[in-house]
Each structure stands twice: as structure tokens, then as C-alpha cells.
Design a protein around this ligand. Structure first.
Ligand code: ATP
Ligand code: MG
Length: 385
């Protein structure tokens, strides 16, 4: 009796002629993510099989599978010869110690196997009841667990009881590349995770305002970015100093437009870096109405300085739902550590909530926009995480 992990995907089924491309990418992503472990990997019809792994690696392997976009479910299975006695033995191992209602579901890809699926389920169910009758009862409508018997064409059978849900989505790299504007807050890491989950390979850009923001704030962003990287097959983070730009805005422009103008600089810098890195979109963690800088008027103002698509996966999300996801992906505890973001430096008392674009452009005309951006690009740090 051997141990195996069956991995299944979902949306890739819908991919028609392109299906092979997605399957290959997911296969590569799984192998890359599990590169530190020993195992054999076999693509099967609509699923992958992991076998011959060290038992002591099992939990670590599962932890990795939970972070690979494109995987819908996995099952830990026993693999036996397609022989009713062997199948029964495996089913006994899985039922041992359980006190619950159950049923048996058989799927017979090997049509030469006898008895047929229905009969196999009934036979196994009856024998399991014989053996564990004090603890198990059959409930075919709403069982507490199911014994799945999957009779393959190659003379082997999987026996398992659980389908564990992973994150689903599409394989990273199947939907282009995007540059995430990442702060130390709750929202932007979640936005990055959501785009990676849809198959977009993520790069990250963070602005810091040393000495107004400290080393700890940067370390926090590095840690958050590393966590997003676990879903992204690794990640690159660029850190650009925003200090001189903020000082210039503070010195020459009306206070109410501080944040509006900062956002416009962030977008321009992001677009320039994105083009250099062949990223096809900018991603932010903005959510409509969450703060003054996220009204539709503010978004219009920052959007108008770039031509690249700006993706805002959280735009219609409530904070409470964003927090749920951030807990799930384990960024929440890091995100709520106290820190200063460059957006909190020179924060105006009364920021323009609905900035008038003409007035914003007029205010901005007091600055050497291109010169400030060129200067910012002279001081870029890159981290490969
Ligand atoms: P977050 O929780 O992501 O920090 P927030 O609610 O604090 O978001 P804002 O501070 O208005 O909202 O930022 C909106 C978006 O702008 C962020 O989600 C992020 O994409 C981007 N952003 C903000 N600060 C920075 C920064 N220092 N570097 C890079 N991007 C930033
Ligand atoms: Mg923030």
C-alpha cells in the first residue's frame, strides 16, 4: 500500500484548445515550488499525482500546495492493486478509529474491472459495516465522510476520504505580469495575492521616505512582499525613495493636494518602472471610498497620468472582507504592526476629498515633474525575495 497525493485543478477544464498551455504551466509551478523535496510526479488525466515522497515531508508539501494558484483540491490517497481485497484493506485503514456516518463512492475508469462501480460500492460498504459496525453507519444522502474508490486504467486504485480545497485560480504566469504598489498596510498585499491567484506574475514597488520613515517600515514591507511571493513563485521588490518628491510638493503646492499629487507621482514612477520590467499593468490596493485618496475623483486624478491599465482588485471590497483574506494569507499580523507609511508624512489636516483635476494640474505645474522622477530613479534598490 503506497501513499500518494492527487492534485486537481478546476477552471483549466474550460480552456479548450489552450488547455495544454495551462496544464504545462501549472505542472512547472508545482515542480518549482516543491523543488526541495524528493518525489515522483505524474500528470494524469485532469490531475497530477505525487508519489514516493518522504512521509516526514508530507506537511511541508501540503503547505506548499495551498499556496499554488491553479490547484483546486488535493487528496491524500492510498494506492493499491486493483483487486477487491486490496481495496478493502485500504478502506479499512481509512475507516479505522472513525465514529461517523459514511458511504462508498466508486469510479471505474477501468471498465474491465469487475464488479461494476455500483456493486463495488455496495460490496465495500457492506464489508466495512461488518468490520466497524459499532462505529460506522451508512448514510448515502448526507454522510459525515465518504470513502472514494478510484479504479484507474493502469491496474491501480486510489482509495481516499477527503478532498481538501486549495486556493483555486489560474497558474501564475498564465495572465501576464503586473507591478503591485505595495505599502505596509493591509490592502495592497491582499491585492497582490488576488492578482497572483488569477495567474498574473507580480513584481512589487514600494516608496519609502527615509528619514521620515524608518528602516523598520521597509523591513515590514520586505516581509509582506516575501509572503505574497509564496503565492507567486518568488518575487522582486523595488524600493524607491519618495522623500524629495514629498518635500517638493510640501514646499511648493497647496496642502490640500498633498496626497493627490503624491498619488500622481507614484503612478508615473510605477508606469516607468513597469515598462522597464515588461509589466503590463499597475496594481493597487485601493477600495472605493475607503479614504480621501480613494474617491472616484481622486482615482480619476491619479489614473489620468498613466496610460497603462491600473488594476484595483479590491475596489468593491469592504474592509472586513479584505481583512478576512489577509488573515487567510497570513499577512494581517505583519500589516497591523505599527509603522509609518510615506503617505502619513506631511499628511494635510484637510485633504481634498474630491480634487478638481484642473486645479490639481495647476498646482502640479509649479513642480519639475520629470526632473523629480529622474532623480527618484537614481536611487533604486532591488530585492529578490
Ligand atoms: P494599504 O493598506 O494597501 O496601505 P491604504 O488603505 O493604506 O492601503 P492608501 O494609503 O490610500 O490606502 O494607499 C492606497 C494604495 O496606494 C495602496 O493600496 C498601495 O497600492 C498604494 N500605496 C500606498 N502607499 C504606498 C507606498 N508607500 N509605496 C507603494 N505603494 C503605496
Ligand atoms: Mg497604506
Amino acid at each position: 500500500m503506497e501513499n500518494a497525493i492527487i492534485i486537481r485543478y478546476c477552471e483549466i477544464h474550460l480552456k479548450g484548445k489552450n488547455r495544454g498551455f495551462f496544464e504545462k504551466l501549472l505542472k512547472e509551478n508545482i515542480k518549482k515550488s516543491l523543488k526541495d523535496f524528493e518525489f515522483t510526479f505524474t500528470p494524469m488525466h485532469s490531475r497530477y499525482l505525487i508519489e514516493n515522497f518522504n512521509e516526514s515531508d508530507y506537511d511541508l508539501i501540503i503547505d506548499k500546495l495551498h499556496k499554488i494558484p491553479g490547484i483546486h483540491t488535493y487528496s491524500r490517497a492510498l494506492v493499491v492493486e486493483s483487486n477487491i481485497e486490496k481495496i478493502f484493506e485500504a478502506a479499512c485503514v481509512l475507516c479505522e478509529g472513525k465514529v461517523a456516518t459514511f458511504k462508498v463512492v466508486t469510479n471505474r475508469a477501468d471498465k474491465t474491472f469487475s464488479p461494476n462501480s455500483m456493486e463495488t460500492s455496495m460490496l465495500l460498504g457492506a464489508r466495512l459495516l461488518d468490520k466497524f459496525g459499532n462505529n460506522l453507519t451508512v448514510d448515502v444522502k448526507n454522510p459525515e465522510f465518504t470513502v472514494y474508490v478510484d479504479i484507474r486504467e493502469d491496474g491501480k486504485t486510489f482509495v481516499y476520504t477527503e478532498l481538501v480545497h486549495c486556493i483555486s485560480g489560474m497558474p501564475v504566469g498564465s495572465a501576464g505580469k503586473g507591478l503591485l504598489l505595495v505599502s505596509g498596510g493591509i490592502d495592497s498585499p491582499v491585492a497582490g495575492y488576488m492578482m497572483a491567484k488569477r495567474g498574473m506574475k507580480i513584481d512589487c514597488l514600494h516608496f519609502h521616505s527615509y528619514p521620515y520613515t524608518g528602516e523598520a517600515a521597509k523591513e515590514k514591507v520586505i516581509e509582506l512582499t516575501r509572503k505574497i511571493g509564496e503565492y507567486n513563485g518568488g518575487i522582486n521588490l523595488w524600493v524607491i525613495s519618495f522623500t524629495h518628491i514629498q518635500e517638493a510638493i510640501h514646499q511648493y503646492c497647496p496642502e490640500e493636494f498633498m496626497i493627490t499629487l503624491m498619488r500622481r507621482f507614484m503612478m508615473r514612477i510605477a508606469e516607468r518602472l513597469a515598462k522597464q520590467q515588461n509589466d503590463q499593468a499597475i496594481i493597487t490596493g485601493e477600495s472605493l471610498g475607503q479614504v480621501a485618496s480613494q474617491t472616484i475623483e481622486s482615482i480619476t486624478s491619479s489614473n489620468s497620468v498613466v496610460t497603462m491599465p491600473v488594476l484595483r482588485p479590491l475596489i468593491a471590497f469592504d474592509k472586513i472582507d479584505i481583512i478576512d483574506i489577509s488573515r487567510k494569507i497570513d499577512t494581517y499580523e505583519t500589516s497591523i504592526l505599527p509603522y509609518e507609511d510615506c503617505c502619513t508624512v506631511f499628511l494635510p489636516k484637510f485633504p481634498a476629498i474630491k480634487p478638481n483635476l484642473e486645479r490639481v494640474i495647476k498646482a502640479e505645474s509649479r513642480l519639475d515633474v520629470e526632473g523629480l522622477i529622474d532623480e527618484a530613479f537614481k536611487n533604486v534598490e532591488k530585492y529578490e525575495l
